[in-house]
Design a binder for this molecule. Structure first.
Ligand SMILES: Nc1ncnc2c1ncn2[C@@H]1O[C@H](COP(=O)(O)OP(=O)(O)OP(=O)(O)O)[C@@H](O)[C@H]1O
Ligand SMILES: [Mg+2]
Length: 368
């Protein structure tokens, strides 16, 4: 229990492997959006791993310091912190070593002297951001893609499914295709930032199953590289995002990342994860499929998903909910912004006094 008065001024953190976001609860945008993944060779920001773990404590603390600074916070000790964690944390934790959740609690209470702290699963926060406490959250992230059922505010972790193909793998695939279009002599080096731009402006989801051979003559879309080189994209406009829907053996071998090629595609992930629950829950989840994450912003994603899941799950009624793209990129932050500003949430926080009494392991008991 934390009694911080009416003005809580909590800070919400949603740190992903591409972007770290931090801002005040009650606000509709994160005031701090950290350096993007394109700065590093592995196309991650070096703070979080693609699997949603802290990759480097130093990088995490550097981002937090910068974030507090950007928020104009002089005394971090005046602001409770709500941390959004990977929806798979409980599933993945275990094994030796100190638990990451406890390490984070220690950092916030000891280094940043926060008066109160709480951890919520990203999928639960995304549900709240969409005005729901139950929903099947489909996270189209940078490091992975996941279908996570949330029922009455709790992740059904045993029914959640994840595969490692996300925006990062699509970048590697797009790069392999782009290289084939560049002049053999002195091609300009392709930065990750440029790849992101091409992917976000040129690529979209096809309305129906996309067969690259059958569509080899579709109109090309011109794109000018920063050095003036003109390239044209044809089937790449669709076959990049198509990898969420079907296996492409050539694509997988081309980027030599067969390990990262999913064996289960997004419509089936949704179907399987909903089907693991009881009949009533399945019905409710299928009517509340919430898409979120930067990679959900490919044009046509929600329509195609709804069509495929509907066909697959007959006779169930299927509804895909997709907020506007800027909100989809901020799902967990926006949910945390709502939760962190609720007066009734006071009882949930771990206060500094409780931390002093019980230690960091309290996070395992109080934060489901
Ligand atoms: N309009 C768009 N179309 C397609 N992809 C996009 C678009 N906008 C952003 N992306 C991609 O979304 C990814 C970033 O997604 P997001 O911000 O959800 O990741 P994150 O939260 O930092 O990472 P994590 O997956 O580790 O949680 C990047 O690969 C980026 O290129
Ligand atoms: Mg994320």
């Amino acid at each position: 229990m934390y009694c911080g008065g009416d003005e809580l001024n909590a800070i919400v953190c949603d740190f992903g492997s591409y972007r770290a976001r931090m801002g005040f609860a009650g606000e509709d945008a994160a005031r701090y959006v950290g350096p993007h993944g394109s700065m590093k060779a592995d196309d991650t920001n070096g703070i979080m791993t693609p699997a949603g773990h802290v990759g480097s404590i130093e990088a995490l603390e550097a981002a937090l310091d910068e974030g507090y600074d950007r928020l104009g916070v002089e005394a971090s000790g005046h602001h409770p912190v709500l941390w959004s964690e990977s929806s798979f944390h409980n599933v993945l934790s275990g094994g030796g070593g100190k638990n990451e959740r406890e390490t984070l609690a220690e950092i916030f209470f000891e280094k940043y002297d926060v008066p109160a702290y709480f951890v919520s699963k990203a999928a639960v926060l995304t549900c709240f951001a969409n005005g729901r406490s139950t929903g099947l959250v489909v996270e189209f992230g940078h490091g992975s893609t996941a279908a996570v059922p949330v029922v009455e505010g709790y992740v059904q972790s045993h029914n959640a499914i994840r595969q490692p193909m996300g925006g990062r793998v699509l970048n590697a695939f797009l790069l392999s295709r782009l290289k084939e279009k560049l002049p053999k002599q002195d091609p300009m080096p392709i930065s990750s930032l440029l790849l992101h731009d091409i992917k976000e402006t040129v690529c979209r989801v096809s309305e129906t199953l996309f067969d690259e051979k059958a569509n080899s003559t579709i109109p090309q879309m011109p794109y000018e590289l920063p050095d003036g080189t003109q390239v044209a994209f044809g089937t790449e406009r669709f076959c990049v995002a198509e990898r969420y829907f079907q296996y492409d053996a050539a694509a997988a071998s081309r980027v030599n990342n067969t390990v990262e090629e999913p064996s289960l595609f997004v419509p089936s992930m949704i179907g399987e994860s909903a089907a693991k629950g009881d009949a009533d829950t399945k019905k409710e989840l299928l009517q509340n499929i919430i898409v979120t994450g930067g990679s959900s912003c490919f044009e046509n994603m929600a329509t195609r998903l709804e069509r495929e899941v509907t066909a697959m799950m007959q006779p169930y009624k299927v509804k895909v909910i997709a907020a506007a793209p800027p909100e989809r990129k901020l799902g967990p932050f926006l949910g945390g912004s709502i939760l962190g500003s609720l007066g009734s949430f006071h009882e949930m926080w771990i206060s500094k006094t409780e931390y002093a009494e019980h230690g960091a392991s309290l996070v395992q008991k109080k934060c489901p």
